[in-house]
Design a protein around this ligand. Structure first.
Ligand SMILES: Cc1ncc(COP(=O)(O)O)c(C=O)c1O
Length: 406
């Protein structure tokens, strides 16, 4: 009864959302991690899990070209990584927030967090949860290629300062959810430096691509950010879940969260060991680093780069078919492995929904949609280790036959 009720995220015809994929070393590592049952709240409760996390995250950091002053920590999801980053931003902007909180304060002007029009909803949830209020989030308009406009950001910050508000953080996105657009992080970083505002980079999906030769530029400017999130469970063959927060100021994260009750004090104290419970809200943490380490050991840098490059090649192949077609049009650039497209002419939401339902009902492929400029758009996302040109061609065939009868 269970398997028929499963959506097959690991299928090579899975092209929906961000097509994530597991891998044999990742599955084996999950098995071992469950068998070893490590709880790495303190260094002494699992020295190996604590130290392997440091090793694996240093390798990943080097692969994507972030400088050594970024310390990494593993959380379950990007939503949680971003929540911690914005908690650190709040700690920096309102140093007594830990003791005094935010409620009922007359000494504190309203705060503001900025992100692009196309940024992920995890940022909304973070500001809600951190007590900043949803109204504190300002979405900055995008350019024609769905990227945050730095001039509009600078103007919004200036206007808020003039109104007596406190700009607290900016979230730039590298690989936005709908179109995988890339905000100009270097220009945004310059604004944040001038304004002394925390810069968090949401590279949850696309950050991994920075390891591919020719794609280093996508994180240009991120070396000046305060924090960055990258999800190996999205596009690095890691079984769900594993998100990495890199932070240049992990001391601020610790300042925000560390708290040691008597029963967790140890004889080694703070002497040169890292207690992972200090870097976040959760006390207990499982041995996620093992799967990331095993995946990097198994594929090697060249293997990882090769698979990511192949996914991007397949996306270009599909985009080429769309561009050459009289029936379809592409509606966004394709910097990575996602193609956004719709029917030419005046086909409506219902027509597109019918096509989507028809091809998904085939059981051979699974696609999802978004809306851009108010119009229904189909998305084909490539990310599975076993996806080949044959699977992409089959999706194209199914789309065309569904469109012919729509
Ligand atoms: C750009 C971006 N950021 C953050 C997230 C949230 O990821 P998670 O499910 O790990 O919280 C997503 C999810 O798709 C995303 O696309």
């Amino acid at each position: 009864m269970i398997l028929p009720g499963v959506t097959h995220w690991n299928h090579p015809g899975f092209f929906a959302y961000f097509a994530i994929t597991s891998s044999a070393p990742g599955v084996l590592a999950e098995f071992l991690s469950a068998a070893l049952n490590q709880q790495a709240m303190l260094w002494r409760t699992s020295p190996a899990a604590t130290e392997l996390e440091e090793v694996a995250l240093a390798w990943l950091r080097q692969l994507i070209g972030l400088p050594g002053e970024f310390e990494g920590v593993i959380y379950d999801t990007a939503s949680v990584s971003t929540l911690h980053a914005l908690a650190a931003a709040r700690e920096t902007a309102v140093p007594d927030v830990r003791a005094a909180g935010l409620a009922g304060r007359k000494d504190l002007a309203g705060v503001r967090v900025y992100c692009g029009e196309h940024a992920h909803s995890s940022i909304d949830k973070a500001v809600i949860l951190l007590g900043l209020g949803h109204n504190s989030l300002t979405r900055i308009p995008a350019d024609a290629d769905f990227r945050m406009r730095p001039d509009a950001l600078a103007r919004a910050i200036a206007a808020d300062r003039a109104a007596g508000l406190l700009p607290l953080a900016v979230v730039a996105t590298v690989g936005s959810t709908s179109t995988t657009s890339i905000d100009p992080v270097d220009r945004i970083a310059a604004i944040c430096a001038d304004e002394r505002v925390w810069l968090h980079v949401d590279a949850a999906y696309a950050g991994a691509a920075a390891m591919v030769p020719g794609y280093e530029w996508i994180l240009r400017g991120a070396e000046r950010a305060d924090s960055l999130v990258l999800n190996p469970h999205k596009w690095l063959f890691t079984p769900f879940d594993l998100s990495v927060l890199y932070c240049r100021r992990m001391d601020v994260v610790r300042q925000a969260f560390s708290l040691t009750p008597e029963y967790l004090k140890t004889s080694e104290g703070d002497a040169g060991v890292r207690n992972l419970m200090d870097t976040g809200i959760q006390l207990g943490r499982r041995f996620r680093a093992l799967k990331l380490w095993m995946i990097m050991r198994h594929f090697g840098a060249a293997g990882l780069r090769g698979h990511l490059a192949e996914h991007m090649r397949l996306a270009q192949v599909f985009a080429g078919w769309v561009d050459a077609s009289d029936r379809w049009e592409r509606v966004a650039p394709v910097p990575f492995s996602v193609v956004c497209f719709r029917l030419r002419g005046d086909a409506g939401d219902d027509d597109h929904q019918r096509i989507l339902d028809t091809i998904n009902a085939s059981g051979e492929v699974f696609l999802s949609h978004t809306k851009l400029d108010g119009r229904f758009v189909l998305r084909l996302a490539i990310g599975n280790l076993n996806t080949t040109e044959r699977h992409v061609a089959r999706a194209w065939e199914l789309l065309n036959s569904a469109a012919a009868t729509a």
